[in-house]
Design a protein around this ligand. Sequence first.
Ligand code: AMP
Ligand code: MG
Length: 346
Amino acid sequence: MRKVNKRSDGYCLGIESTADDFSVGITTFEGEILANVISAYMSPEGGIHPREAARHHAEVANTVIEEAFKKAGIKTKDLSLIAFSQGPGLGPCLRTGATVARALAAYLHIPLVGVNHCVAHIEIGKLKTGAEDPVTLYVSGGNTIVAAFDSGRYRVFGETLDIALGNCLDVFAREAGLRQKTGEPFGAVVEKLAKSGKKFVSLPYTVKGMDMSFSGLLTTAVNMLKKGENKLEDVCYSLQETVFSMVTEVTERALAHTEKKEVLLTGGVAANKRLQSMVKSIAEEHDALFCVVPAQFAVDNGAMIAWTGVLAFTHGVKTSIEESFVRLRWRLEEVEIPWIKKANLY
Ligand code: AMP
Ligand code: MG
């Protein structure tokens, strides 16, 4: 069991349940992560069925919480705050996490804080990499966002107009009939195959202003494969090169515009080495530091919710039970960020 600094101001338990992962993290108020237990739901048919995933979350909640306490080496009475991902995400999944969070907070008579999932990805990235004021590229199964802080909020500079980048890779892999080992994400399967691709085939590159679209490209890539004119490895390689160039282009433009000195890559797709090298190269061109979140904190996780809950709570944010309804489409730029005091860009 881990030895815990009992002089800490307190401990926060954070619950993440926006999509396919149910996770519980426990952090100190100083940002030490004591536990981060993740239980991923794997659908037998692929894709996420919200009600099935929510059932998984309800089934594992008990054991995930217990394991988190065991890892952290603390007891329920040591907790001083409960945080939960309030949105954006899938309704049934969010509601399951919120119900657990409300019950814990009410039972322990401690405050509750609803956290925006996208803000949490940025904050855990800053905590784990030391980045202070980055342009963030957040690419996951459900989100594709280029954001940076300005005037009290994280502003969205560019985003997807349809599906998320991770979802594009996952659907392609499923349509291509690729197989994954237990726990292996489809994106990683595509990455492996792409390494042996040699021939670049042209796919639709759709950047409109600062926003991106991946669905047309996905259809073209799947059809290309079904016609059998191109090798699977070449299509994987071309798909990666095209979609990663799109997100890298938008990130570079945000960097040039904001003149920030750091680029933070996060979300499940951040594990991809080719994407990392592309984003690193534009960061270097703009004399900015490239930061990538370690894998266990780049995917959806409870520690990021706990830590963001601490930041919010210590800056006056609390969520009453009445206000704790889930927010399926809670946008990043709607959230005030009182813990950052910085000069405005303009
Ligand atoms: P998240 O939504 O943050 O839990 O991340 C899950 C997404 O990350 C899925 O779409 C995965 O396919 C994707 N992913 C995980 N590892 C990789 C990788 N090495 N390359 C590309 N995508 C990945
Ligand atoms: Mg996930």
